[in-house]
Design a protein around this ligand. Structure first.
Ligand code: SF4
Length: 329
């Protein structure tokens, strides 16, 4: 079982101290607040939530770009904190949102894609050249662009270069942080289909971070929903999209626009706005916005309840005994 786990997060927390001005004490922002997740080998786990919910901080923790305040990240069973970043980068690679800023504009595609092999001192120059040309073919770019600069390419082509650079080391896990959100709608589907094909061809495992539920539905096998630094629902894709268990997940699904303009902007039934993460609400952090909020929600943080296809943190799914205990506490 353990060897089937590509990536594991154990009660990960990341806090930031925020300076509030001269006369106020510094505040603590809990960007990631006790997240435990498992990414099984060969699967795509979709991580979804609004901007500011902590998704990108989580990606940085997984890539070793930020140290956690507490908790542990295991990659192939090895503790990330105790492993050399260079060695870990052979197993886990990122694909970032913006292919315009993630590629060095002064380097040619040949230099960009070959660089990881040079850093790790893998292969002779001739073999690197062969691998780089082959990788261009894998991501659907013609060999003639190999000596071009990123500025000579379209957004979709640049994202293909970023994917080629990530794959040249043959990693096991790709962390895809909003991989299509900076691209034109017309090329988004091409990049998603490419990711799907590469997963099959190279036996990859993906953590796919997106605020776009259509992207998640297209690629993910399982979905984790994040709200204010915590995972509130984690289910198989089919069960989550068929019958969301958490009111926040339901609101996210209801907020997807339909192509019919006569239907207008959907009414998702949420009260208020996204809370200030520096002073999160008590109990269930979603309670000020939740249309199903009832008394225990304001004081008690929900336990992790089992539900078809996964688990959910919402008092609506508590057993009668749990509810009775909360009412009398
Ligand atoms: Fe809504 Fe209560 Fe469930 Fe939170 S615990 S999502 S407030 S019903």
């Amino acid at each position: 079982m353990k060897k089937d786990i590509a990536l594991e997060l154990c009660d990960i927390r990341r806090e930031f101290r925020i300076n509030q001005g001269f006369f106020k004490p510094a505040a603590t922002l809990k960007a990631v607040d006790g997240v435990s997740l498992r990414l099984m080998r060969g699967e795509t786990l979709g991580l979804v939530g609004e901007s500011g919910c902590g998704k990108s901080t989580l990606a940085k923790l997984l890539l070793g770009l930020l140290p956690p305040t507490s908790g542990d990240v295991l990659v192939n069973g090895k503790h990330l904190a105790a492993t050399d970043r260079k060695a870990m980068s052979r197993h886990i690679q990122p694909i970032f949102q913006d292919p315009y800023s993630s590629l060095n504009p002064r380097k040619t595609l040949r230099e960009i894609i070959t660089l990881p092999l040079i850093v790790h001192d893998i292969d002779s120059p001739a073999e690197r050249r062969k691998k780089t040309e082959a990788m261009l073919d894998v991501v659907g770019l013609p060999k003639r662009v190999i000596d071009s600069y990123p500025s000579q390419l379209s957004g979709g082509q640049r994202q293909r270069v970023a994917i080629a650079r990530a794959l040249i080391m043959r990693p096991d896990v790709l962390i895809c942080d909003e991989p299509t959100s900076a691209l034109d709608v017309s090329v988004q589907a091409q990049i998603l289909n490419l990711l799907q094909d590469l997963k099959r061809e190279f036996g990859l495992t993906y953590l796919l971070i997106s605020h776009n539920l259509a992207v998640i539905e297209h690629l993910a096998d399982r979905v984790a929903v994040m709200y204010l630094g915590r995972i509130v629902e984690e289910r198989t894709r089919e069960s989550l999209f068929a019958e969301p268990g958490h009111p926040y997940t339901r609101a996210l699904l209801d907020s997807v626009l339909t192509p019919d303009p006569r239907l207008g902007i959907p009414d998702i039934g949420l009260h208020g706005t996204f809370p200030n993460p520096m002073s999160p609400p008590s109990g269930c952090a979603f309670h000020p916005r939740c249309p199903s909020c009832f008394a225990p929600c304001k004081t008690a943080y929900p336990a992790n309840d089992s539900i078809i296809g996964g688990n959910v943190r919402c008092h609506l799914h508590d057993s009668p005994a749990q509810t009775l205990e909360l009412v009398h506490s």
